[in-house]
Design a protein around this ligand. Structure first.
Ligand code: 4AD
Length: 455
């Protein structure tokens, strides 16, 4: 009853509180601060109320004592309510742990907004172990959880590291269009759209546009959404994904492979060195080992032999033969067994795209590469590109693609062609590998896949 009469007031004799974000509060020991955020955890004992506050930059343990703990206002607090806490940052005694090694001794606080309790409580909406599809309906709330938000932090660090690497290599960023009238990776996965009465598609890959930039900007890259109307419901296919693509000129296939392994190892190094993302990777993927260079090179034809020697069958339940596509299940079994990153190279012409260059020493195979990682499989696909108009037109003819819409792409071979190649990395796939996630869906902010386009 007494508690009802307690009004929470700020003591005017206290020093002014410095407004701070949680990550900065860790180093503000003995200072009086003011921190705003969401109540992530809430627990009360006899005379204490413990709050873990979250503001996106970190977590802060806070403790309310005395009248503050007893006040009626305090009994109304719920998980996900927003509050502004005032108090002194104290170093935790040895043996006690909390984020940043500190605790906030609250001397005053204000409620910004109370989140619902009862049936609508946050914890009911995103209950642990709930059906994945229910959790996806509540993605906007589920993102507040520690695991998903950690993956998103690592994702931000990964993209930052990718840009840093390209910058160091003098590779220029461009932004190709998402609405296009050409295909890159096969007509069956095109999303069609009505573009003012003309047929258009959502881009499957920015590769063709990147190729057109070589002559003006030299080596280029983009980080752009790609769209695939994938019919298959797998743990590594999205309908929309963030595609990191680069195109490099005046180099040969081996030089491109060296570039790709350098990119992957350097980017992993930068993420692990990142003071925020590094510890998160360790938390999400405690056994993670940075890959060592050089990556293993495995010729497609030797992979076929390996699969047969290990009793792994193709999709028809038969022995693999040269020319078979190595589908997801077999590819993953092989990669997981070998247990290290693999450059799978020199795929047959027939199972690869129209633009891929043939190997000079074996024209029935291409200068192509898939990068395979344990637990995920393919995270990158790339190749050297056909250099001459005649050969390119033969490629289009083989795939039954009418060349008219590609006049601008073909022109690259006419106006000063050059040896060039490039690759695409699936952001969500490299993250699934780095953060040890079962599915790429956990590595996308709002994943899109068959049957899911909300929220
Ligand atoms: O192997 P892909 O289809 O290659 C290309 O698109 C080339 N044109 C890229 C280039 O050379 N510029 O796709 C490249 C990568 C794959 O290795 C995979 O990581 C990712 O994109 N990817 C997908 N990720 C999620 N969902 C899907 N449906 C994906 N399809 C491809």
């Amino acid at each position: 009853l007494e508690a009802l009469h307690i009004t929470i007031q700020q003591d005017p004799s206290l020093p002014e509180a410095k407004k701070t974000k949680i990550s900065k509060s860790y180093s503000a020991v003995d200072e009086r601060v003011k921190v705003s955020g969401w109540i992530h955890r809430l627990r009360s004992s006899k005379n204490h109320v413990f709050i873990v506050l979250r503001d996106g930059t970190g977590y802060l343990q806070a403790v309310l004592t005395g009248d503050l703990a007893l006040a009626y206002q305090t009994t109304t607090l719920t998980i996900e309510s927003t509050v502004t806490l005032f108090g002194k940052i104290c170093k935790l005694p040895d043996g006690k742990t909390a984020s940043g090694g500190v605790e906030l001794l609250v001397d005053y606080y204000e409620i910004v907004s109370l989140a619902p309790s009862g049936e609508d409580a946050y914890t009911n909406k995103v209950a642990e172990g709930a059906d994945p599809s229910l959790l996806l309906d509540q993605r906007h709330l589920a993102l507040r959880g520690e695991t998903l938000s950690a993956v998103m932090k690592v994702r931000a660090s990964l993209l930052r590291s990718i840009r840093r690497f390209y910058d160091e290599e003098s590779i220029t960023e461009v932004t190709p269009p998402c609405m296009v009238q050409t295909q890159v990776e096969g007509g069956s996965t095109l999303f069609k759209l009505d573009y003012y009465g003309e047929e258009a598609f959502l881009t499957q890959s920015s590769q063709l546009y990147l190729e057109t930039c070589l002559a003006s900007l030299g080596d280029v890259y983009c980080i752009q959404e790609s769209f695939r109307a994938e019919k298959s419901h797998t743990r590594r296919h999205l309908s929309e994904y963030t595609h990191i693509e680069a195109e490099l000129c005046f180099l040969d296939f081996d030089e491109m492979l060296v570039h790709i392994e350098k990119l992957i190892s350097r980017v992993v190094q930068y993420v692990l060195e990142d003071p925020i993302a590094g510890p998160l990777v360790k938390q999400l993927n405690p056994g993670f080992q940075a890959p060592t260079l050089p990556f293993m090179r495995l010729d497609y034809k030797d992979a076929i032999t390996w699969l047969n020697e290990h009793g792994i069958e193709n999709e028809d339940g038969e022995q693999f033969k040269f020319g078979d596509d190595i589908a997801e299940a077999a590819e993953r079994k092989m990669t997981d067994t070998i247990g290290v990153p693999i450059f799978l190279t020199r795929f047959p012409v027939e199972i690869k795209s129209f633009y891929m260059k043939r190997c000079p020493d074996a024209p029935h195979v291409t200068e192509s590469v898939d990068v395979l990682m344990p637990n995920v499989g393919e995270i990158t696909g790339g190749s050297m590109r056909i250099e001459t108009t005649e050969e390119l037109e033969a490629g289009f003819a083989r795939e039954g693609i009418a060349t008219d819409p590609y006049y601008w792409f073909i022109d690259q071979r006419k106006y000063g062609t050059c040896p060039h190649g490039g690759y695409g990395i699936g952001t969500e796939r490299i993250l699934a590998w780095l953060c040890d996630r079962f599915t790429v869906r956990d590595c996308s902010l709002y994943p899109r896949f068959t049957g899911r386009c909300k929220p």
